[in-house]
Design a protein around this ligand. Structure first.
Ligand code: FES
Length: 160
């Protein structure tokens, strides 16, 4: 292959082909390939799903079926700030749902969504191991505890 052609090839695509080739002949290849592809791209863009479908010879509808069934797979890139709001038992009992409502209202997104400006991704989690601080959320791994809904706009503004 000439140098010009090499430069035209997306290095991530080469890696993706390597991932597909590694799992291609085994059983149950789809999920590990999707996991590694998501690690590589940060999410699963349409062209990646098509390439996986072709590479593993699995119908594209089936690949989409698996991607949409498992919460671990994302079809859109993550926002710059990932908000994980806890609705585990301790947080739920101490008003986690109201905190979630305030986050949804401030960011205008719901669980699993990313805001149109790419600023926030919201996810609901079950326990982040800080039950003593309930209700809690974490933003990019920073834990905010003993929350009340009124604090939410101010805290989120710190991450703009
Ligand atoms: S239940 Fe929310 S941190 Fe444990």
């Amino acid at each position: 292959m000439c140098q010009e052609c090499k430069e035209l090839i997306d290095p991530k695509e080469e890696k993706l082909d390597g991932i597909i080739a590694r799992f291609k002949h085994g059983k149950g290849a789809l999920i590990p390939v999707l996991q590694e592809a998501q690690e590589l791209y940060g999410y699963l863009p349409e062209h990646v799903i098509k390439r996986i479908s072709r590479g593993l010879r699995i119908p594209i509808a089936k690949v989409y079926g698996v991607v949409t069934f498992y919460a671990q797979f994302r079809l859109a890139p993550m926002g710059r700030n990932v908000i994980s709001v806890c609705l585990g038992t301790a947080c739920h009992v101490r008003g986690g749902a109201k905190v979630l409502e305030a986050i949804e209202k401030t960011t205008k997104i719901k669980d699993g969504q990313t805001s149109a400006d790419g600023q926030y991704t919201l996810e609901i989690v079950n326990c982040i191991g800080a039950c003593g601080l309930a209700p809690v959320m974490s933003i990019n791994g920073n834990v905010h505890g003993r929350l009340n809904p009124e604090q939410i706009p101010g805290i989120l503004a710190e991450y703009k």
